[in-house]
Design a protein around this ligand. Sequence first.
Ligand code: NAD
Length: 453
Amino acid sequence: MSSVYEVINPATEKAVTQVALADVEQTDLIIEKAARAFESWRHIAPADRARLLRAFATVVSAHREELAELEIKNSGHTRGNALWEADNVANVLNYYSAAPERLFGRQIPVPNGIDITFKEPLGVVGVIVPWNFPMPIAGWGFAPALAAGNTVVLKPAEYTPLTAIRLGELALEAGIPEGVFNVIPGKGSVVGNRFVTHPQVRKVVFTGSTDVGKSIMAGCAQQVKRVTLELGGKSANIIFADSDIEKAAANAPGAVFDNAGQDCCARSRILIEKSAFEKFMSHFEKAVKNFRVEDPALATAEMGPLISKKQFDAVSAYIDNTVAFTGNAPTGPGFWMAPTVLLPTSTAAASWRDEIFGPVVSVMTFDDEADAIAKANDTEFGLSGSIWSRDSAKAIRVARAVESGNLSVNSNSSVRYWTPFGGYKQSGLGRELGPDALDSFTEVKNVFISTEK
Ligand code: NAD
């Protein structure tokens, strides 16, 4: 029996709409439809598949305002972020639209014949998306998967299905054939789990919490099913005394409070060199107090509400007696929380170790380069991070030493669709985006052709 989910606007707590959640039988029917569509999609001429992906990108761009409005209402994302996210889907589609015509194999020298390799699609790919970035994370899965000749079943998170559903409709409008890109709203334990257990789903792309990721990996092992995992983070923002402290402090709030801290790449641990602590904190306090937490529909908003009451309660539990200062937030309906800065006294503090996934950042000092690296690496996560220093050799040494998949020097940016994105340690398995993502959506087939008489 299917059920219905009521979507709530997290900025107002008002109901937006209702969405039907698929049950296992409905999920199976769509997986089977995607498996049938694979037989024709994989054989579409490369230039035609490329054209269809570009058409999809064009339709997404034409609907960027509408998609952004949906995301503001459904997820409380700021207008600036929501527009960037819609554009990111179009950009990623355009980027991978170049792939079908360039999915090269190799010719390998061997005796007595010719050896060639082919990159062949896997079949149906299941993409499971979390609620924090519904559009981009969906696109990072479906765009390269489709480009490589796979068909896709995509499950948005329960809280945030609206933009994914719309993207499914826009794909059809762009001419992507029926059954090639399928959006199935539903529960993780039902639809998501079926992607893991259904033998016709040949790969699962999962982005979400580390605990669920582990269970998905274990489930996929039963069928040796391919899996990519993008999981949690507890990234460090390492600021050396020789850096532009004012700039590092001015940029630090955005690095952790963007999307209300519900960002796997949030720099939620600030490591500041001891001699620069006072200077950094005075600039940082000004920046936090000026960080604009307001109605996300406003063009000036820098942060909106948390996604849900559940998330609000989970984040609130980390706010202890080490609060240094806070920023501002609206009162009244909505899951609003002021940006909060903690000064934990021990690296054993839960606020220092756990991924809080809210607008809470912890600041701690370090003595020297070695201490900074040791503290940054003292976590099971390894997704992202920043290094601020004017000494480029030191910045590069530290970047090489930090166990993390995505680092920035004198910048807090994490995601560029041209470059690989993914985690070390328990932050994930495999890489998305960039030129190599196609490898995880294809099998390499080797064919030997004898030339013997
Ligand atoms: P979550 O793990 O609860 O859910 C993620 C998705 O998995 C949802 O669609 C959910 O319905 C589904 N799911 C839940 N249980 C499942 C099951 N048993 N089988 C199959 N699917 C199941 O995570 P969340 O709360 O939606 O998202 C927050 C987490 O995602 C954070 O830990 C964050 O760090 C992580 N995240 C990671 C990245 C990254 O790229 N590394 C990006 C964004 C979010």
